[in-house]
Design a protein around this ligand. Structure first.
Ligand SMILES: [Zn+2]
Length: 187
């Protein structure tokens, strides 16, 4: 990103290809760097495809762009975790999926593979202290979130800033990780 910014340092508009030639950065990395720098507000692209630096300090531009890249990576990881939860569940898949979309169903559907195999939970969490579907919770590290599903051994929570996280219910109970969101003062 520093090399790309340096290639645009004089404020002249250049095509991405020219930026590549000047910076010595490969096309793939150049495209990725330009996209991130544009989102960071350090580069603008005109209708003709030429890029220009906005004059943001290099350190600030790189810091912002890295932040955006990390956030994007976390979003991808979050989606993978959600899909993994769906793939690995022994609970009713239809109920789990509807839970991800905010629909709460106490009863298993009776038609998916897990219901057929008899491994779906009959109703809501076995332990009264476990958070139920759609409950608002607060985690010490990830902040506030909404419970998407609670299974025998794990709970999946959608955190506003960190995406989907699957937590072991054992660890949640032992360390009191999920407090009701409205009962814990912020900070
Ligand atoms: Zn089912």
């Amino acid at each position: 990103m520093r090399a790309v910014l340096a290639a645009l340092g004089d404020g002249e508009a250049r095509t991405p290809k020219e930026v590549g030639a000047q910076s010595g950065v490969s096309p793939t990395r150049r495209t990725s760097a330009l996209n991130l720098l544009e989102q960071a507000g350090a580069v603008v692209t005109a209708a003709d495809g030429r890029c220009r630096a906005t004059g943001m300090r290099t350190d600030e531009a790189v810091e912002r762009a890295v932040e955006i890249a990390e956030h994007r990576r976390e979003t991808v990881r979050s989606r993978i975790e959600m899909i993994r939860g769906y793939a690995e569940t022994t609970d009713c898949r239809r109920r789990l999926l509807l839970g991800y979309f905010g629909e709460q169903h106490a009863e298993p559907c009776g038609h998916c593979d897990n219901c057929d195999a008899g491994t779906s939970r009959e109703a809501e969490p076995a332990h009264a202290e476990d958070p139920g579907s759609q409950e608002r919770v607060r985690h010490p590290e990830w902040g506030e979130g909404t419970v998407m599903s609670t299974e025998r051994d794990r709970v999946t929570v959608l955190f506003a800033e960190h995406g989907y996280k699957t937590l072991s219910l054992g660890a949640v109970r032992e360390n009191d990780l999920l407090a009701p969101a409205d009962q814990t003062p912020a900070g």
